[in-house]
Design a protein around this ligand. Structure first.
Ligand SMILES: NC(=O)c1ccc[n+]([C@@H]2O[C@H](COP(=O)([O-])OP(=O)(O)OC[C@H]3O[C@@H](n4cnc5c(N)ncnc54)[C@H](O)[C@@H]3O)[C@@H](O)[C@H]2O)c1
Ligand SMILES: O=c1ccn([C@@H]2O[C@H](COP(=O)(O)OP(=O)(O)O[C@H]3O[C@H](CO)[C@@H](O)[C@H](O)[C@H]3O)[C@@H](O)[C@H]2O)c(=O)[nH]1
Length: 386
C-alpha cells in the first residue's frame, strides 16, 4: 500500500488495522517490520497521501477501493485443521465492510485465499447490501520478504481477476489504472476470479516444488559423492528449467509456502482429487525430511550425540533481510538439537532474544496468530529504548 501511495500521488491511501501496537509503530520512527527500502518509501508519503489508522470503519466507509490483506493462516482446529486456510479474519472483515458501507465499492482480495473464496465473500457483501454494489476482485500479492520493495517496484506481473460481467470488467479496469501508474501494461494480466485465486496457490506450489526437488537431489548427492551445487548449476543452465529457486537448503520456511501448499492439498481433497493432493503433499514431506535429515547429520557428525555440546546457530529468521521467523527451518533444527540436549547459542541481527525464546516454546501453526504478530527487530527495540 505504501508503494501505491508513492507511485500514485493522486490517490489517498489509508492503511487500517485492528492491532493498535502495529498502527502505532507504523506512525512512529520504528516500523513494525524490517524490510530493506520500506522506511524510505513510508517516510516519503506518510502524512501526505499515506495514513495509518485504527479507525477501520471510517476509512472503509470512505474508500472507493478496499484492499483486504488480513491473515489467512492454517486452521488449527475443526474441519480441515492442519491444512485448510482459516478464513475467520477475512469473514469478519467482509462483514464489517458490508455493515459500514454507504456507497459502491471494489473489494480486493490481497490475502492469499482458497480458490472460490470470492463467491463466499460476494454472498456476505451482497446479503443486506442496502442496494450497494460491491465488485470483488482477486489481486494476489507475489512479493517475497526481504525484497518486497524491489518486487513491488518491478513486479514480474500484476494479476487481476474479476467477474466476466460489464461491472466486473469496469472494476478490473479501475484497479488496472492504479497499477498502470508504474507497471507496464503488458505486465498486468487480467483473468477470471477463480484463475487469479488459484494462480497464487499454484505459483507458490511450483516455487516450493523446485526447492523440494533440489533438496531431494541433495540427499542423493550426499549418498553418491555428487556435488549438489554443481548439479543444480548444470540443471539450471537448461533455459527450459532456469537457474532461479534451485538453491539447496535446510528446507524452505516462511509464512507462505507451507500454508499455501497445505491449503492446495485440502482443496484437491475437497474436489475429490486425492492423487493430486498427494502429489503436492510430497513437497511438504520432502521439506520436513530435509530438516530432520540435517539435524541427523549434525548429530551423526559429532559421535552420534550432541548432549552438552555447545553449538552456534547463526541466523534464525526464515531468510536474510527479514526479522520474520514464521515457519523458519531454524525452529525445527534448534528443537531437534535441543531434543538431543545440545547447548545452543543463537544469533540473528533482525530477531530479538524474546522472539527466539517464544518460537522455541510455541506450538506449530501458532506463528500466524494475531497475538504473536511479527516482532520488532533488535535494532528497532534498541532505538526505542534510547
Ligand atoms: N507476508 C508476505 O510476504 C505475503 C506475501 C504475499 C501474500 N501474503 C498473504 O497476505 C496475507 C497477510 O499476510 P501477512 O504476512 O501480512 O499477515 P500478518 O498476520 O502479518 O498481518 C495481517 C494483519 O491483518 C490484521 N487484521 C486481521 N483482521 C483484521 C480486520 N478484521 N480488520 C483489520 N485488520 C485486520 C492483523 O491485525 C494483522 O496486522 C496472507 O493471506 C498471506 O498469505 C503475504
Ligand atoms: O532456491 C531457494 C530459494 C528459496 N529457498 C527458501 O525458501 C523460503 C522462501 O523464500 P522466498 O520465496 O524468497 O520468500 P517468501 O517471502 O516466503 O516468498 C514466497 O512466498 C510469498 C508469499 O506467498 C510469495 O508472494 C513469493 O512470491 C514467494 O517467493 C526461504 O526459507 C528460502 O531460504 C530455498 O531454500 N532455496
Amino acid at each position: 500500500m505504501a508503494v501505491i501511495a508513492l507511485k500514485c500521488p493522486d490517490i489517498e491511501v489509508a492503511v487500517v488495522d485492528i492491532s493498535v501496537p502495529r498502527i502505532t509503530a507504523w506512525n512512529s520512527d520504528q516500523l513494525p517490520i524490517y524490510e530493506p527500502g520500506l522506511e524510505d518509501v513510508v517516510k516519503q508519503c506518510r502524512g501526505k497521501n499515506l495514513f495509518f489508522s485504527t479507525d477501520v470503519e471510517k476509512h472503509v466507509c470512505e474508500a472507493d477501493i478496499v484492499f483486504v490483506s488480513v491473515n489467512t493462516p492454517t486452521k488449527t482446529r475443526g474441519l480441515g485443521a492442519g491444512k485448510a486456510a482459516d478464513l475467520t479474519y477475512w469473514e469478519s472483515a467482509a462483514r464489517m465492510i458490508a455493515d459500514v458501507s454507504k456507497s459502491d465499492k471494489i473489494v480486493v482480495e490481497k490475502s492469499t485465499v482458497p480458490v472460490k473464496t470470492a463467491e463466499a465473500i460476494e454472498k456476505i457483501l451482497t446479503h443486506n447490501s442496502k442496494g450497494i454494489n460491491f465488485q470483488i476482485l482477486s489481486n494476489p500479492e507475489f512479493l517475497a520478504e526481504g525484497t518486497a520493495i524491489e518486487d513491488l517496484f518491478k513486479p514480474d506481473r500484476v494479476l487481476i481477476g474479476g467477474r466476466e460481467t460489464p461491472e466486473g470488467q469496469k472494476a478490473i479496469k479501475m484497479l488496472k489504472d492504479v497499477y498502470a501508474h508504474w507497471v507496464p501494461e503488458e505486465n498486468i494480466i487480467t483473468t477470471n476470479l477463480w484463475s487469479a485465486e488459484l494462480s497464487k496457490l499454484a505459483a507458490n506450489a511450483f516455487l516450493a516444488q523446485r526447492i523440494s526437488s533440489v533438496n531431494a537431489m541433495s540427499a542423493l548427492c550426499e549418498a553418491t559423492g555428487a556435488n549438489v551445487s554443481e548439479v543444480s548449476y548444470a540443471v539450471g543452465k537448461d533455459t527450459r528449467i532456469g537457474s532461479k529457486f534451485l538453491n539447496p537448503s535446510v528446507g524452505f520456511g516462511g509464512s507462505c509456502f507451507q500454508k499455501d501448499i497445505l491449503n492446495l492439498v485440502y482443496i484437491c481433497e475437497c474436489n475429490g482429487l486425492p492423487e493430486v493432493a498427494e502429489y503436492w503433499r510430497q513437497v511438504i514431506k520432502i521439506n520436513d525430511y530435509q530438516k530432520s535429515r540435517f539435524v541427523n547429520r549434525v548429530v551423526a557428525s559429532m559421535f552420534n550425540t550432541v548432549s552438552n555440546k555447545k553449538i552456534a546457530i547463526l541466523g534464525f529468521a526464515f531468510k536474510k533481510d527479514t526479522g520474520d521467523t514464521r515457519e523458519t527451518p531454524a525452529i525445527d533444527v534448534c528443537k531437534g538439537l535441543l531434543g538431543d540436549k545440545a547447548r545452543l547459542s543463537i544469533y540473528d541481527p533482525q530477531v530479538t532474544e524474546d522472539q527466539i525464546q517464544r518460537d522455541l516454546t510455541m506450538n506449530k501453526f501458532d506463528w500466524d496468530h494475531p497475538l504473536h504478530l511479527q516482532p520488532m527487530s533488535p535494532t528497532t527495540v534498541k532505538q526505542e529504548r534510547c
